[in-house]
Design a protein around this ligand. Structure first.
Ligand SMILES: Cc1cc2nc3c(=O)[nH]c(=O)nc-3n(C[C@H](O)[C@H](O)[C@H](O)COP(=O)(O)OP(=O)(O)OC[C@H]3O[C@@H](n4cnc5c(N)ncnc54)[C@H](O)[C@@H]3O)c2cc1C
Length: 364
């Protein structure tokens, strides 16, 4: 049985960034469900928008984005639609429109060879014995068993590591549903859609590489029916769908209280969405995945007795920022406050076309 300093479960943005940071400093093994290349196997459903905070993380690491990760076109504003109020507003945004799967594979490709990476590999079981973490995973067609001093849960919304460490912990979850269509709109756009009948979270659309992606986060129970009902309503706002070419679904976490952020214990650490590090107001999570990986790397580089305490305290600013997003989300998902903000016109950039044709606010 091989022994490692660090075992990382999951190589999304959080795990891949941490594996890269720790390479050459610790003996690291990293397991990931995704294949090393191609579009077969597991792919993460995502809007694929890289927020300015994520861009800042790449600036700090001196990393530039290859063009094959970037999607077409780049869009500078988000159309925010309040369905019940019939209001549409344009707010400036500085996201980079990316191909999420290509981005994930590229992030994994940056992990140096010193890290022992298993692609297309599923971690099935973890447990602690003495001061060691034991990990059972399936790779290369057979079950393998390793031990590690430190265990990292970078395994996203359904984190096995989080469930093992905190079996009683409950965090609000939604089912995220996305469908891909051939793009038919005369001008590509992003949209953020609020409809309290469909969900107390929100929905979105993104034009990407000739596709129109429509998605949202819905209550688990009747998510699909709510998604379908909203799609039907959006035709009145000139959203054009046609036959879906691809449908995808996954769990997305929605932190709604301070206790929803969990950092780990017993030399096991949670980073990225596994820790609940995702914005409640926009469901952006890539930047917090990258930030938490960077914070954990700096904690590992310290000569500190209790690394769990050090990580918890080092993530305090990040957690406070995410708590601010919880407050913001409460304002945005409240029909009254949202209508008031949108009607005020603050930060709205009207489109010349709308002014010339006298289009109503509800029209795209
Ligand atoms: C529909 C949707 C749209 C979104 N849009 C955006 C967006 O536009 N911009 C943005 O910033 N954020 C977005 N998010 C949030 C963002 O996708 C996540 O917060 C982010 O991916 C979290 O990164 P992570 O590395 O923590 O986890 P993940 O990206 O979920 O990566 C975890 C990885 O762990 C692996 N894994 C899981 N379990 C195991 C296991 N048992 N064994 C081995 N490997 C395992 C999987 O391969 C997975 O890729 C969106 C989320 C959803 C659901």
């Amino acid at each position: 049985m091989e022994h490692f300093d660090v075992a990382i479960i999951g190589l999304g943005p959080a795990g891949a960034a941490l594996a890269r940071h720790l390479s050459g400093k610790k003996r690291v093994i990293a397991l990931d469900k995704k294949r090393q290349c191609g579009t077969e196997g597991f792919t993460k459903p995502c809007g694929g928008l890289l927020a300015p905070d994520a861009q800042r993380s790449f600036i700090r690491d001196g990393i530039t984005l290859p063009v094959d990760v970037i999607a077409n076109p780049q869009i500078f504003s988000v159309k925010t639609v309040d369905v019940a109020a019939g209001l549409t507003r344009n707010y400036q945004r500085s996201y980079i429109n990316i191909n999420r799967h290509a981005f994930d594979l590229w992030m994994k490709s940056l992990i140096p060879d010193e890290v022992q990476v298993y692609h297309d590999s599923l971690c099935r079981k973890i447990w602690r014995e003495g001061d060691m973490w034991h990990v059972i995973f399936r790779a290369d067609g057979w079950e393998q068993h390793i031990t590690a001093r430190y265990l990292i849960g970078a395994d996203g919304a359904n984190s096995l590591v989080r469930r093992h460490l905190y079996p009683e912990h409950q965090i609000r979850k939604y089912v995220a549903i996305q469908q891909w269509f051939a793009e038919k709109h005369p001008e590509p756009f992003y949209a953020c859609i609020f409809d309290n009948d469909a969900t107390d979270c929100y929905s979105w659309s993104i034009s990407k590489d000739g596709y129109f992606i429509f998605g949202g986060a819905y209550p688990m129970k009747d998510g699909q029916a709510r998604f379908n009902a909203l799609k039907a309503k959006m035709e009145a706002f000139h959203f054009q769908f046609g036959q879906p070419l691809k449908s995808e679904k996954c769990t997305v976490l929605f932190p709604s209280r301070w206790a929803d952020f969990v950092c780990g214990k017993d030399n096991a650490f949670l980073i990225g969405e596994a820790a609940g590090f995702i914005s409640a107001s926009s469901l952006e999570g890539i930047s917090y995945a990258l930030d938490s990986a960077e914070i954990l790397k700096s904690v590992f580089m310290r000569d500190t007795e209790n690394l769990n305490d050090a990580y918890r305290s080092a993530t305090r600013t990040l957690r406070m920022k995410l708590y601010g997003k919880i407050i913001k989300s409460r304002m945005l998902t409240s029909a009254l406050t949202r209508k008031w903000i949108m009607q005020s016109g603050v930060a709205h950039i009207p489109q010349n076309q709308d002014q010339q044709t006298g289009n109503t606010a509800a029209e795209i």
